[in-house]
Write a protein that binds this ligand. Sequence first.
Ligand code: ADP
Ligand code: MG
Length: 452
Amino acid sequence: MDKIDLNLIRETFKNTIKEMKQIVDNVDFFDQYITTLIIHSIDNNKITLLAKNDFSQQIINNNYLSKIEEMFNKNIPLINFEFFVTTKEKIPQKKEFTKNNIMAMAEGVNKNYTFTNFIVGEFNRKAVLSSKSITSNNFINPLFICASVGLGKTHLLHAIGNEYNKKFPFKLIKYISADDFAREIYIALCDQNKMAIETIKTKYEKYDLLLIDDIQILLNKNKIREILFNIFNNNVANGKYVVWTSDTDPDNLDGFEQRIKSRFHSGIFATIKKPDKAMLKNIANKKIKNLNADIVLSEDALNYIVNRNNGDIRRLEGQINQVFFFASSNSLKNPIIDLQTIKMIFEPSNKNEIKKYGLDFDPNIVIEQVALNYGVNANMLKSKSRIGKLINPRNIAMYILRKKCDMTYAHIGQLFSGRHHSTIITAINNVEKLLNKNIDLKNIIEKIYYKI
Ligand code: ADP
Ligand code: MG
């Protein structure tokens, strides 16, 4: 081993990952899970890689690891390396509890989301107070937080995890999105090993605090929901804490069984309302102050932003970032952003396009967001090019424009270099077929649409 230079190994690994792009046909999977693989350890001729999560570990193990090994060994002299893949969670923890190890007791918890940087107002007071009670004797188990998107549910879950971890460093905590949980169960259900589900149940039943985000996505996943509620019931019965979030009031989740709905109301049920304009201004001012930049927004510029926001804090953050991006890339002489400047930033540059298609938004934004998500060029998506990696994202852009934005087939055809409307219909049908097979695609489309 000492004959081989570590830098050479790292460099060869980097190049191998680049080469893998040619053989991984799911661009999204490649970007999210293959490019994020890192070398965890090198022991003689054994190289262990760290995957992002169980889901990617399984797929990489079954489909790509031998290819990585083959490509890597082709490019490195003398030694034949053997590859393994694991996840951070599966690496045995050291016995002594250093600061980092303590944080490892809070799996999946993002330490940047805390109560300190969470702004409280009338709109979210009950949810915040209930969340903060996690470390007190008054906590009523379970806590259910319900609010529409962008109102701080995920932030609060992480803040609860961090606060609990600070007070009880040896308690086991887990944050997981219901989506990732569903994926983990789905893989176990496909596993030949009958014990796979039991192993997962045992794993989840050990957590003293389980934070489960966005359970509304389990609407059409009856089997997975059943398993989760089994774990939930056992944990609560054993005095372990559970906090849930949903962007829909569970009473309106028609696919959820009545007994499950009533369990959501068995502890504390807290909602976050949309902040009003005054509160949004307050939040915007605090967020701007926290950025520590030398620019100020005039009162009417701030009003302009707030009036274009329907009470979504995530969107508000996006708007503020857009202003700061503009200010830093244009090196403004005047530190005050006034109404005229703000209009320049937010008013669509492509008014002709908007008028041409009779829409109230620029359809190019959809194409740009899809292109960004799939790592391809937006103009190439609109072009006649038939390169393989463009086909799927192009179909998805057409699907969003038709199904979500109500653009006509003919107008979509015009936008995509004059394609015939029958081509657009076929493309959209293809996406619909994929949606039936691929559980992730719906989420990908929702995420892209949300950014628009
Ligand atoms: P949700 O999960 O409800 O969709 P998030 O928790 O992801 O929303 O919040 C969206 C963004 O807005 C995050 O960056 C979060 O930090 C921020 N945010 C939401 N509510 C607040 C708040 N009350 N104070 C500060 N930041 C907030
Ligand atoms: Mg969230």
